[in-house]
Write a protein that binds this ligand. Structure first.
Ligand code: ADP
Ligand code: MG
Length: 251
């Protein structure tokens, strides 16, 4: 099977400090992949380096066998929410409409099709009734859903979400994870940076354990193992098994 995303020997250095070292993996399509690791592990850097938003020292990234610069339109990215400035006065529907811009020629304004796509996406995340509200008025979970709608409006086959569940309400979290599962079933490949280990087993098909180097990658059952998790978290977290599944203990 062709891989959806292939990364070979990716390294990133910030001012002489190594953030990622020789990361290689091969992700097959139509999966929900959790990117797991402690603070500062390089999770956000990995996504940005794959998308060409930070400079790679070396490494190669291909998407469906093509160089990433050729398939940019197929990839949607939702940054970490703390990185977005919400004081900017903009309506919810316009935030989503901007998601369709990569597909438009520079001289075109979004038209009827783009508008319909934007409203459909807002319906999918349960935010259609908020379309005329300012983005800054919404709760964190509602904002996250709007940014997911924006990514959907873009219509890519590959989705990168950086900590979409951080600091949001449980009902938004449930809406988002359910929708991501549906999108995966429809064929999308979705990478989600996540650091709540208690939900990992339930949420993802595959896992990447990251801590500057790649500690593990592959099927959840193989990667979500006490020894590997402990290594990724520098021994600060223990994963125990009981009769109901895996239990996470912070040390
Ligand atoms: P994570 O998302 O897993 O918390 P990051 O990718 O944000 O980790 O950061 C990985 C490492 O790189 C950290 O040590 C962080 O301080 C450093 N880093 C991240 N972004 C920059 C930057 N723009 N300039 C310098 N160092 C950075
Ligand atoms: Mg991060």
């Amino acid at each position: 099977m062709t891989s959806a995303v292939q990364v070979k020997n990716l390294s990133v250095t910030y001012h002489g400090h190594t953030a990622l070292e020789n990361i290689s993996f091969d992700a097959s399509p139509q999966q929900l992949v959790g990117i797991i690791g402690p603070n500062g592990a390089g999770k956000s850097t990995l996504i940005k380096a794959m998308l060409g938003m930070v400079r790679k020292n070396h490494g190669e990234v291909t998407v469906f066998g093509k160089s990433i610069s050729k398939v940019r339109k197929q990839i949607a990215y939702v940054p970490q929410r703390s990185m977005i400035d919400f004081d900017f006065p903009v309506l919810v529907e316009d935030v989503v409409l901007m998601g369709s811009y990569p597909h438009l020629k520079w001289w075109k304004r979004p038209g009827k099709n783009e508008r319909k796509q934007a409203l459909d996406s807002l319906t999918q995340v349960g935010m259609i009734d908020y379309r005329k509200r300012q983005i800054g008025e919404l709760s964190g979970g509602q904002q996250q859903r709007v940014f997911l709608a924006r990514a959907l409006a873009q219509g890519g086959d590959i989705l990168f979400l950086d900590e979409p569940f951080a600091g949001i309400d449980i009902s938004s979290e449930n809406i988002i994870i359910e929708l991501l599962g549906k999108l995966r079933d429809e064929g999308k490949t979705i990478f989600v940076v996540h650091h709540d280990l208690s939900k990992v087993d339930k949420y993802f098909d595959s896992l990447m354990l990251l801590n500057k180097t790649l500690i593990g990658f592959g099927e959840k059952e193989k990667v979500f193992q006490p020894e590997l998790v402990s290594r990724a978290y520098n021994g600060n977290i223990a994963l125990l098994s009981d009769k109901d599944g895996k239990v996470v203990v912070t040390g």
